[in-house]
Design a protein. Structure first.
Length: 245
């Protein structure tokens, strides 16, 4: 009960904050978020990954080839914290699943005491006279369960987002974070991307594909009048969580 009350109070507090924000935007388009340092955002944590043993860089003073360089000229691709690169997101996924389950079980059990050390004649003194000692218990059960589910999903996203290198791991991989907000009339579209990439996967155009991002976190959503209508009310969400049926 205490958990349910705490959940309701927390939801009410969240609803109040969201309500005040929406009331402040009545008659106006949703406000865009300010540009902030991603590493100072609430909930940000530095990424920790398994790293190989460090290698000592070799110094070749008589060589024209610089250790770690990809060409004789300066590499213009993102390589330092704060550098910007482009993330290309081209998702075209399709999934179709169909499951069917059918289960039936029958069980019959019976127990009697036609002979019990001569005490079977005493049973009628304790139980009603209609009780037959040879058939004291008889239990029947019949269970039947059937279910079916179908999933048919198609997702298609094609866009590009600029991201910033926020951390360089000891093995040279980059942790990137990018966010983009686009306001159209009274709806704000938010695109976020984060993950870990290799320096070698950055193309000559300073672009990296989304399928090269490890631990990728890609979010495409929005907020505004259309999103508010599509979301269920807080009361409905609470009832869906708490009701066991």
């Amino acid at each position: 009960m205490a958990v349910a009350v705490s959940l309701i109070c927390a939801t009410a507090l969240l609803s109040g904050c969201n309500t005040m924000r929406r009331l402040s935007e009545v008659g106006e388009a949703p406000k865009l978020s300010g540009i902030n340092n991603p590493t100072q955002s609430p909930g940000y944590r530095p990424v920790s990954m398994p790293m190989p043993a460090p290698q000592v860089a070799e110094n070749n003073p008589n060589s024209l080839w610089r250790t770690g360089a990809r060409s004789f000229f300066k590499d213009q691709r993102a390589s330092q914290v704060g550098d910007i690169l482009t993330v290309s997101i081209a998702i075209d996924d399709k999934a179709k699943l169909a499951n069917t389950t059918a289960r039936t079980r029958k069980n019959t059990e019976g127990m009697g005491a036609p002979s019990l050390l001569g005490l079977e004649s005493q049973i009628t003194k304790v139980l009603p006279e209609t009780v037959n000692p040879a058939n004291l218990f008889s239990i029947n059960s019949n269970t039947s369960n059937s279910g079916g589910g179908t999933l048919d999903r198609t997702e298609s996203i094609d866009l590009k987002v600029a991201a910033i290198i926020v951390q360089i791991l000891p093995n040279g991989n980059y942790v990137i974070h990018g966010r983009q907000e686009i306001r159209v009339n009274s709806e704000v579209r938010e695109v976020q991307v984060a993950g870990v990439i290799r320096a070698a996967d950055i193309t000559s155009t300073n672009t990296v594909s989304y399928d090269k991002i490890a631990e990728a976190r890609i979010s495409y959503g929005g907020r505004g009048t259309i999103s508010d209508v599509q979301q269920p009310r807080y009361g409905s969400e609470i009832m869906d969580i708490l009701l066991p049926f």
